[in-house]
Design a protein around this ligand. Structure first.
Ligand SMILES: *Cc1c(COP(=O)(O)O)cnc(C)c1O
Length: 471
């Protein structure tokens, strides 16, 4: 177990788990997927029911890693990643009932208040372990429009083997996001504010990667297999919290952008967790909803919405699902992805499948509007809970989805409302009191936390050379 293959490589040349998390993308541009999905039996599920999250995460994650990380080490990473200092007191990923058979699972109690912390906190530890043992050091470069940046920074903060440069647009991030990232500057973390847009930041990353000197810059973006596999355990944990008997079906509604979160749910199901329907909830950037409902995968231009972490123009991790949908035929994946890259759109018919394939696999997707999300925030509030605008997309879809009256349905909470107070205020006409750790956050951005720069690749290269060298 642990070997991975590329969704585009006909020679099926395999890569180890640890190499996969270091390299991210496969060299041929494909995504890495396990040669075979591991399995989890009903007995194992019964054994894990009632155990704490650390235990569940260690058991499930070990299945993806095999003997590449010793059990004792995995136990340490998991205990550290999900320790109280990181995720607060009490259960790490609590599920609470909202109404009848509708539940919300809180995945955003981590250091940056986003579900991405769950995977990134574990991945950061696995990466540091791997690099230390290999006596390697990597320089990572990322671009963020807001939320991912701080979660990635919090994950590798203080790791001796990693230096991270994070580009963000000078204008456009919220004061809260700036403060979260700014507080992480220093040691091995460099925040660079680009005088431009998020697209300028992404273009700079691409341009540097084309230069042989910078070609092997690392990244911990959402296609990293370490992230996908580290999200599978919470589907197991969610299932176990809600199912009264092992075997009973539970549905999940998943706020969706790049298709990483829902893909982990699909993998949990493949492994044998008795999950029924997996329902993606998007915002106005409805690439996934259109794909599922019409069979056309078409990238658009990103619209800025009140759920900005789902403002995407393509769903990168869909390629991993596609690989299975075409029965792991790499030629078909290649044909499909090449057509998409060339034309900006492609139909599933192009590789001989029909969009009914989603329904056959019990995968569904619905889009939501700002108004839908405001209503969902009000609805949740009327049941005693304040949710953020991403989770609200999930709740809005669940509200219109009648099956939850019969089948327990879990909506994944992907961020805390404190990060989006403006929208909460718009929905509820008040701003909830902040947890102590976030009080006055914006007032504490350290002087010089961001190095400001014009979108100039030459200048950026020099900045990286100067600072990555010094370590
Ligand atoms: C990243 C993110 C999402 C989307 O997750 P994907 O794995 O990209 O589908 C949803 N909500 C929040 C708050 C996020 O940060």
């Amino acid at each position: 177990m642990g070997s991975l293959i590329s969704t585009r490589d006909a020679s099926a040349c395999s890569v180890s788990y640890l190499d996969a998390i270091v390299q991210g993308l496969a060299p041929d541009g494909g995504l890495l997927v396990p040669e075979e999905y591991p399995t989890i039996t009903r007995q194992e599920l019964a054994f894990l029911q009632g155990q704490d999250y650390q235990r569940i995460a260690a058991e499930v994650k070990q299945k993806f890693v095999g003997n590449e990380i010793r059990r004792a080490d995995m136990g340490c990473f998991v205990n550290d990643a999900y320790a109280q200092e990181n995720f607060g007191e009490g259960p790490t990923v609590p599920v609470r009932v909202l109404e009848d058979n509708l539940y919300i699972m809180n995945l955003s109690r981590g250091p940056t208040a986003a579900f991405k912390d769950i995977a990134l906190q574990l991945l950061g530890r696995e990466l540091n372990y791997t690099l230390q043992r290999r006596d390697e050091h990597v320089v990572m470069l990322g671009a963020t429009s807001g939320d991912t940046g701080s979660a990635a920074e919090a994950a590798v903060k203080g790791c001796d083997s990693i230096t991270l440069f994070m580009l963000s647009p000078q204008q456009g991030m919220s004061p809260f996001q700036k403060a979260q990232m700014g507080a992480l500057s220093g040691e091995n973390i460099y925040n660079v504010a680009i005088d431009g847009t998020f697209d300028d930041c992404q273009d700079l990353v691409k341009e540097l990667k084309r230069d042989p000197e910078f070609a092997n810059l690392g990244a911990v973006n959402s296609i990293n297999w370490g992230r996908i596999s580290s999200q599978v355990p919470y589907f197991v944990a969610g299932y176990l919290q809600v199912a009264e008997t092992i075997g009973e079906q539970v549905d999940f509604v998943i706020p969706t952008g790049n298709f990483g979160n829902i893909l982990s749910g699909y993998i949990a199901k493949k492994m044998g967790v008795p999950i029924g329907n997996l329902i993606a909830a998007t915002n106005e950037n409805d690439v996934v909803a259109r794909l599922f409902n019409t069979g056309c995968y078409k990238s658009g231009t990103a619209i800025r919405t009140s759920s900005p972490s789902m403002d995407i123009t393509k769903a990168s991790n869909f390629e991993r699902l596609l690989f299975d949908l075409v029965n792991r035929d790499v030629e078909k994946v290649r044909t499909f992805m090449d057509a998409f890259a060339r034309e900006g759109q492609v139909r599933l018919d192009h590789v001989g499948i029909n969009h009914n394939v989603f329904q056959e696999n019990r995968l569904y997707a619905r889009s939501t509007t700002h108004e839908n999300r405001l209503n969902a925030i009000r609805y949740a509030h009327s049941h005693g809970r304040i949710i953020d605008p991403h989770t609200a997309a999930g709740v809005a879809v669940a509200m219109n989805y009648s099956a939850f009256s019969d089948v327990p349905t879990i909506v994944l909470e992907t961020a805390l409302p404190v990060k989006f107070e403006g929208t909460i205020n718009e929905a509820l006409s008040f701003i909830p009191e902040r947890e102590e750790r976030f009080q006055d956050l914006e007032r504490h951005v350290p002087e010089g936390a961001f190095y400001r720069m014009s979108p100039n690749a030459g200048h950026l290269k020099q900045y990286i050379r100067d600072n990555a060298q010094r370590r």
